[in-house]
Design a protein around this ligand. Structure first.
Ligand SMILES: [Zn+2]
Length: 78
């Protein structure tokens, strides 16, 4: 008797639950994506998604909003 996709998924979920590696699922049964790491401007607390492609946005934000501060003062360690 072949297992249906649903049976396989339920079995995987049970296994994951037993191992403590359960992933949260949305109502439609898709895994919930982990929240993206955020980087906050220390000066005005605006949040940016941490991604190499977004660094330009932060450089522009710094240049436009806080030109008198160093980039590091707005986004330390970035
Ligand atoms: Zn800012």
């Amino acid at each position: 008797m072949p297992q249906s996709k649903k049976d396989i998924r339920n079995a995987q979920q049970r296994k994951a639950k037993a191992e403590g590696t359960e992933t949260k699922l949305t109502k439609s049964g898709h895994p919930v994506k982990a929240e993206k790491p955020k980087n906050k401007c220390m000066k005005c607390l605006k949040e940016f998604v941490m991604h190499p492609k977004n660094k330009k946005e932060q450089i522009e934000h710094h240049a436009n909003k806080h030109p008198k501060e160093t980039f590091d003062a707005c986004f330390p360690g970035y």
